[in-house]
Design a protein. Structure first.
Length: 499
């Protein structure tokens, strides 16, 4: 049995607990280790440069889909004034933020953890913030959200927030976002559409006419089947492989079939003249920190920022703990090494994402793919970050991917997020009902904010009705009160005579 007080002993996981690795797996003498090894504690964590490099590549290829999906999600939406963000500029911004912040995580956090624009968070930016204000204003709110996360980390308030919201509601938020993202995928691909002029009981339908028609929709269907088949077989990089293959199919079909360019939407799948191009940094710094306050009310802004913060903060906590556990890096008390620093970097990533107009960046659970290849240190993050830097010059390749090839990935991500529904205790109505409302209201109202609000308000009301109001944290009471005002804003404004 090794001496558990030895700080150089790497840990390995068993079915029961995280324990120190056997003596033969320990670090070699300091004199036999290079500077890079010592800086990242590579040998001390039972790894080597080869594993770290392979892990960095694995993480990149499992999350590189964000270079396509983020521009698709943000680029397909328009702001209050009808403006769209440039696809090539979004690719550049997405790659730049991912490259810089992943390298920072590697150097300062020393964890095999990569960061990039968060799925779900970009949906909030595209479908919640932008319709109410200009794109610079929306990105300014994301910067504010990131700064608030940094403040919460520095002051230690993250502990209070973690304890304020029941775990089942946190899981319900992820599930609801998953359904919302999947719905966006179906709509963007043309698989589901609004019935023109319909005011009756059926607001949406299959395809554009009640049935599937056209080559683009066929491409989407092929992509969905390919994606689910790869996921079912547990193929690493399934989402990225599906996007690449489906894009190739789309390019071939577009070349041989008579298809109107508008049928594909904003992006027509055609081979670009150049595969490599200089990055376009036109969106970097295009944000307005306080412009949103001139467009919408303070209460709405508070709730929108809270929605961003809630999704970002808790998603990060789950990802950091999960990846660290998978890597066997948790200490004897189950704590993540350098957790405060890691969370501060994640908050800074949100700020960077907003400042670059790439939406809030966050830690990626796909980092577990790198851990599966043996990565245990921040050196793997340096490799992943370097690959994102190379991607800065491959914008033409990313901008040929049509929505029909990228949307299957949204459906797949929706499934992966939906899987958390199994952790909700459906036998306890006081938590099951708020969880259900959170999950259902998001896609049905096309609003993440509305879903969270419905869950919070119903949770505190049910607790109060059951005579267990004291069990609800004061922070949750305050938030629920804000959401109640948010839902009743029209009659409140009438009563106050502000309309």
């Amino acid at each position: 049995m090794p001496d558990t007080s030895d700080p150089t002993a790497p840990v390995q996981k068993t079915e029961d607990a995280t324990v120190p690795a056997p003596p033969e797996a320990r670090a070699p003498a300091a004199g036999r280790r290079g500077a890079v090894d010592r800086f990242f504690s590579i040998s001390a964590r039972g790894s080597d440069l080869g594993r770290e490099i392979r892990g960095g590549f694995a993480t990149f290829f499992t999350m590189a889909y964000i270079l396509v999906l983020n521009p698709i999600i943000l680029g397909s939406a328009e702001d209050k004034f009808g403006d769209h963000l440039s696809g090539p500029q979004l690719v550049t911004a997405t790659a730049l933020v991912a490259a810089v912040m992943t390298v920072v995580m590697g150097l300062a956090g020393n964890l095999p953890l990569a960061l990039a624009a968060g799925l779900g968070l970009n949906a909030v930016a595209a479908f919640q913030l932008a319709p109410l204000m200009s794109w610079p204003d929306a990105m300014g709110l994301i910067v504010i959200e990131g700064l608030l996360i940094c403040v919460l980390v520095v002051t230690g308030l993250r502990e209070a927030i973690m304890h304020a919201i029941p775990s089942s509601l946190k899981q319900a938020i992820s599930v609801g976002i998953g359904l919302f993202i999947a719905f966006i995928g179906f709509v963007d691909a043309g698989f589901v559409s609004r019935i023109p002029g319909e005011t009756g009981s059926v607001p949406v339908q299959l395809g554009a006419t009640g049935q599937l028609s056209g080559w683009p929709v066929l491409v989407f269907c092929v992509g969905v089947l390919l994606t689910v088949a790869l996921l079912a077989r547990r193929v690493k990089g399934a989402i990225l492989i599906s996007i690449v293959v489906t894009t190739v199919v789309a390019v071939i079909i577009n070349g041989i079939a008579d298809i109107a360019p508008t049928a594909w939407g904003l992006t027509v799948p055609a081979v670009p003249e150049d595969l490599v191009a200089a990055p376009d940094f036109g969106l970097i710094g295009s944000f307005s920190l306080f412009g949103a306050f001139q467009q919408v009310g303070v209460i709405t802004i508070v709730l929108l920022v809270f929605t961003l913060l809630l999704s970002d903060f808790f998603d990060t906590m789950g990802t950091v703990v999960g990846v660290s556990h998978e890597a066997g890096l948790l200490d004897q008390d189950g704590k993540v090494p350098n957790l405060g620093r890691v969370l501060l970097i994640d908050g800074a990533a949100a700020v960077a994402g907003g400042a670059a107009s790439a939406s809030s960046a966050t830690s990626y659970v796909e980092s577990a793919a790198g851990v599966g290849e043996g990565a245990r240190t921040g050196f793997a993050s340096l490799v992943t970050g370097a690959l994102f830097a190379v991607a800065l010059f491959l914008t033409p390749l990313a901008t040929i991917v049509p929505a029909q090839a990228a949307a299957p990935a949204l459906v797949a991500v929706g499934f992966l997020l939906m899987a958390q529904v199994r952790h909700i205790d459906w036998e306890k109505y006081e938590i099951a009902i708020p969880a259900f409302l959170t999950i259902a209201v998001m896609p049905f109202t096309y609003s993440i904010t509305n879903g969270i609000g419905a869950g919070f308000v119903s949770y505190v009301v049910i607790k109060a009705v059951l005579g267990r109001a004291r069990e609800v944290h004061w922070l949750l009471w305050g938030t629920a009160a804000l959401f109640a005002v948010y839902f009743a804003i029209d009659p409140v404004e009438q009563l106050l005579g502000v309309r």
